[in-house]
Structures are given as structure tokens and as C-alpha cells.
Design a protein around this ligand. Structure first.
Ligand SMILES: *[C@@H]1O[C@H](CO)[C@@H](O)[C@H](O)[C@H]1NC(C)=O
Ligand SMILES: *[C@@H]1O[C@H](CO)[C@@H](O)[C@H](O)[C@H]1NC(C)=O
Ligand SMILES: *[C@@H]1O[C@H](CO)[C@@H](O)[C@H](O)[C@H]1NC(C)=O
Length: 504
């Protein structure tokens, strides 16, 4: 009797779901027509939707988004790009303008449309002080639901790393999805760090000091990893921004957990599976598409007569570890006070996205005071692109302290500009970017304040010939490896165009 009731309830909910989905699709078709009309074009266009709630942030991830869209606009005039964005305080014109001034990328308003999302707070860190990963992931699904309720594209591409949205796009839209992954939402590194109970920024000291909590967190990560892997497998194609990210995405795609598979059989999601069998093979691996770095202008800067400036370019986010930069610089001027008279300076350029970031900048200013180096430190917040270029053309050293950064476009920019990079010895800066070229170094790696300080000293002490040679080598390597053309080729090879013309 109970079983019969359950079967009946299940069938009824599937029917209701189906009605709901058809409703959404009908409404979406009407909206598409009106968008086409608004853009002044006819109805036989294909639509690619880019899920990028922070499209106006002006960071490296946004450069990828806009380069891809600009390249599609140039080569595929029949494709309309829709950006799902939570930047409700900006207008289409303003965003196009900012993209031009920040990245020097020209977007055509004729094949670009924005869908404004009002629930972006659901993916903000501050909304989920605990269980951040899970909260943000569920939040992103709600956000994707809002997006699909507005307009369903023909192909859904996530460019911000919200893999849980794939389910929503597939369920509501019946469309293929793809992604450009900057950062695996959860990595085996994070799992390892909890296992070894080492404190990092996602793992507060209180938790790592207690074994029971560590066990709990491990279980939480395990469950999360299981669903994350399931999400990634729904994609039709995946791109990764570096070998590091690809390595993680590939191993997550292979991830399996028999116990959780079994438990999963009894969850309500098992029912959805009946309805949602994917019609394609999950991708076996991600393709590396290095992020584009428009280095044309930087590559023209003079390499001689640089000022004694140590430059940092990084959004004021916690993982960038700006404090380590201040510590390194403090160590440097303490060990070598003679540079003070030579006008040595640490300049921190970065975007501040919200009140939290702004508070972080204030905290960093205080920290510089505490270290008694404030007169040698300059903060340049939300600088327009030309101002950043000016700093790149004058500086001697480019500093980056983020641990396990998976790529690091700012470091490519340093190198193209002839600024000698000194980076943390991990991740992309160690393995992809600041690597020997023709058997010779293109920069330096460090882990402790002392090591950073010693490298600064080494660079400032180089002979003019030695210095020039190093700057030139770094530039030549970076310009070759990370060009717009290389990116466009990789984007083409992802196969997005093939998927645009198929259904999920
Ligand atoms: C690639 O991903 C990493 C995150 O791991 C990020 O720091 C870097 O900025 C990304 N590159 C670009 C161009 O966004
Ligand atoms: C599960 O993963 C292990 C390695 O982690 C692998 O040897 C095994 O073949 C996988 N099983 C399935 C069914 O994919
Ligand atoms: C990418 O593909 C388009 C055609 O879809 C072509 O016009 C363009 O030249 C390709 N770009 C590169 C760098 O291969």
C-alpha cells in the first residue's frame, strides 16, 4: 500500500516537473523573440549563454569571458551571446565601456545581451560563513534557475566555476553545457590539507586543531566531491586554464565512490536520474586553454632604466595573501636599509569588489603601519587599465605570494612588460609560467619572507647587462606562450560550435 503510494507520488511529481519545465521553455521562447527584436535581428540566430555572475569584476576570469565573446562576435556573426550577470547596478553600455577601458577589448552591442540576476547574494562568501562550498553551490543552482527562467540559450557555458548549475541548465533547458574552469571548486589538495591538519585559508585553525572536526570536515568534503564529480560529468566539453587545473579536473572526472553511489540510490535524486539520463558520454578530460593575455602594449615597454619599484597586481582577495607581500618587503628593507634612500617602494594594485574587499584594504594599510613601512607602500585600488600599464612600464620586480595559484595572469603580464617576477614556489607560477626558457631562468621563486627579500636584493644588484638579458628572456617567453591567438585556437578546439548545434 505504502509502496503504491510512493510510486504514485513519484509519477505525479515527475508529471508536474515536466509541466513546469515546458512552461518555462515556452516563456523563454517568447522572451528570445523580444530580445532578438531589441537587438534588431531576425529569429534564426543561435544563442550561447555565459553564466558569469561577476562579469563586471575586471579580473583574469573576466578577461577570458570577454575575449571569448569578442572572438565569437568576430568569427560567428550569427551567434548571440547572453551573459547572465548579477551586476544589476551597471548597464549594458557601462559594462561594454568598462571592458574597453579595463581590457581594451571591443564588444559589439548588436550580438550581446545581458540577463540580470537578482539573487547573486546567494553565491557570496558572506552569505555562507559555514559550509561555504555547499552553500555557494546550492546558491548557484538557484541563480541558474533564475537565469533559465529568464531565457534559455542553445548552449550554456559556465565561465566562473559553478558546476552545480549544469544540472539546472540541463533539466530546465534541455541544452548542452560546457565550462571553462579556472579553479576546481574542491581539489585533492584541499582534501590532503585537511587530512594532514594543516591550517590554510579554507581551513580555520579551530578546525584543524580538533581531530573530530577534521573527520567531520573530511566526510563533508567527500560528499561534496562526489556531487561535484557528478556535476562535471554532465558537461559536454571542459576547458581548464592551466596544467594544474586540468590535472585536478581530470582526476575529479575519474573520481568514484562506491559507498556514496549506493547511498545515493535511496535519495530523492535517484528519481530525477530516470528523467535525466545524459545522452552523451561524460568528457574524459579537460583541454588546456591558457588564458589570453593581451601583451601587445606591454611588450613595447622599454626594458632599461626601471625604477626600484616592487609591484603587486592582484584583486584584494584573501587567498592572494597580500600580508605576505608586506612581510617580504618589510624583511627586505630591514635587511637592506640602504635601499630606502634609493626610493624603493612596494606598490599594490588591485580590484576591490565589495565592502569586504575594501575592509581588507584598510586592514592591509594598518598592517603596513604596524610594520613601520607605510611610507614605502602605496595602494592603488581599482585603477583603470592605463594606470596599471604605467606601473608595469616603470617597475623592476613583480611580486606574487599566492600559494597554489593555478595560473596567474598577472605574472604573465609582469613578464611581458619586462618586470622580473618573484613568485611563491607553487602552482602555475612554478610549473607553467616562471619556467626556464632555453635552459635559463625567467624569474625567481620563494616561500619565506627571507627568500623573497634575498631575491629582491639579487635583482637590484644585477649588472645592467645581466638584468636586461633576464627582462628580455622573460618577455619573449610570455608573449609567445600566452597570446590571444593561442587562446582563440584553443577555444575553437573545445568544440563549442559542434555542441551549439546539438541538443543535450
Ligand atoms: C586561472 O585560474 C586561477 C585560479 O586557480 C586564477 O588564479 C587565474 O587568475 C586564472 N587565470 C585567469 C586568466 O583568470
Ligand atoms: C574507481 O577508481 C579507481 C581508482 O581511484 C579505479 O581503479 C577504478 O577503476 C574506478 N572504478 C570505476 C568503476 O570507474
Ligand atoms: C576560430 O574559428 C573561426 C571559425 O569559426 C575562424 O574564423 C578563426 O580564424 C579561428 N581562430 C583561430 C585562431 O584559429
Amino acid at each position: 500500500m505504502l509502496a503504491l503510494l510512493a510510486v504514485f507520488a513519484a509519477a505525479a511529481s515527475l508529471l508536474l516537473l515536466r509541466r513546469y519545465v515546458l512552461n518555462i521553455r515556452t516563456r523563454s521562447n517568447q522572451r528570445r523573440e523580444s530580445v532578438f527584436k531589441e537587438l534588431g535581428t531576425s529569429g534564426d540566430k543561435r544563442v550561447v549563454g555565459f553564466f558569469h555572475p561577476y562579469c563586471n569584476a575586471g579580473g583574469g576570469g573576466e578577461r577570458v569571458l570577454w575575449t571569448a565573446i569578442a572572438s565569437m562576435q568576430r568569427t560567428e556573426p550569427d551567434v548571440i551571446s547572453i551573459v547572465y550577470s548579477g551586476d544589476v547596478d551597471a548597464s549594458k553600455q557601462e559594462i561594454i565601456q568598462k571592458v574597453k577601458s579595463r581590457f581594451d577589448i571591443v564588444l559589439s552591442p548588436d550580438t550581446l545581451h545581458f540577463v540580470w540576476l537578482r539573487k547573486r547574494h546567494l553565491v557570496e562568501d558572506a552569505t555562507w560563513p559555514r559550509f561555504t562550498l555547499l552553500g555557494q553551490s546550492l546558491g548557484s543552482m538557484v541563480l541558474a534557475w533564475e537565469a533559465m527562467n529568464a531565457i534559455i540559450p542553445d548552449l550554456f557555458i559556465d565561465t566562473m566555476g559553478y558546476a552545480f548549475t549544469f544540472h539546472v541548465a540541463i533539466l530546465l533547458g534541455g541544452i548542452p553545457v560546457g565550462a571553462y574552469v579556472h579553479y576546481p571548486t574542491i581539489s585533492t589538495n584541499m582534501l590532503a590539507r585537511v587530512k594532514s591538519r594543516k591550517a590554510g585559508h579554507t581551513n580555520s585553525d579551530a578546525i584543524s586543531s580538533s581531530s573530530l572536526l577534521s573527520q567531520g570536515k573530511l566526510l563533508y568534503y567527500r560528499i561534496f566531491m562526489y556531487y561535484y564529480a557528478q556535476s562535471l560529468r554532465r558537461a559536454s566539453f571542459l576547458m581548464a586554464n592551466s596544467s594544474w587545473t586540468k590535472g585536478h579536473v581530470d582526476s575529479i572526472l575519474q573520481h568514484n565512490d562506491t559507498l556514496l553511489d549506493f547511498v545515493h540510490l535511496f535519495s530523492p535524486f535517484a528519481l530525477l536520474r530516470l528523467y535525466l539520463q545524459p545522452s552523451h558520454q561524460p568528457p574524459r578530460e579537460a583541454k588546456i586553454v591558457y588564458p589570453p593575455c593581451d601583451t601587445r602594449e606591454m611588450a613595447t615597454f622599454a626594458l632599461e632604466a626601471r625604477e626600484p619599484v616592487v609591484l603587486s597586481i592582484a584583486q584584494f582577495r584573501p587567498e592572494k595573501d597580500h600580508k605576505a607581500q608586506l612581510r617580504a618587503f618589510e624583511t627586505f628593507v630591514r635587511k637592506h636599509p640602504e635601499y630606502k634612500a634609493r626610493g624603493v617602494k612596494l606598490v599594490l594594485i588591485g580590484g576591490s569588489r565589495n565592502a569586504e574587499d575594501a575592509a581588507r584594504v584598510d586592514g592591509l594599510r594598518d598592517f603596513a603601519k604596524e610594520l613601520k613601512i607605510e611610507e614605502y607602500v602605496e595602494f592603488v585600488v581599482n585603477a583603470p587599465y592605463p594606470e596599471m600599464l604605467r606601473w608595469l612600464s616603470r617597475s623592476s620586480i613583480g611580486l606574487s605570494t599566492m600559494v597554489d595559484e593555478h595560473f596567474g595572469i598577472n605574472i604573465v603580464e609582469f613578464m611581458a612588460a619586462g618586470v622580473i617576477p618573484v613568485t611563491h614556489a607553487s602552482g602555475g607560477p612554478l610549473n607553467d609560467i616562471v619556467v626556464p626558457f632555453n635552459g635559463k631562468p625567467t624569474g625567481f621563486h620563494a616561500t619565506s619572507p627571507d627568500e623573497y627579500a634575498d631575491h629582491f636584493h639579487t635583482i637590484f644588484r644585477m649588472s645592467p647587462d645581466e638584468e636586461l638579458e633576464l627582462r628580455l628572456r622573460a618577455r619573449t617567453w610570455a608573449v609567445q606562450r600566452f597570446s590571444n591567438e593561442e587562446f582563440e585556437k584553443g577555444w575553437n578546439d573545445s568544440g563549442w560550435k559542434k555542441w551549439l548545434n546539438t541538443s543535450a
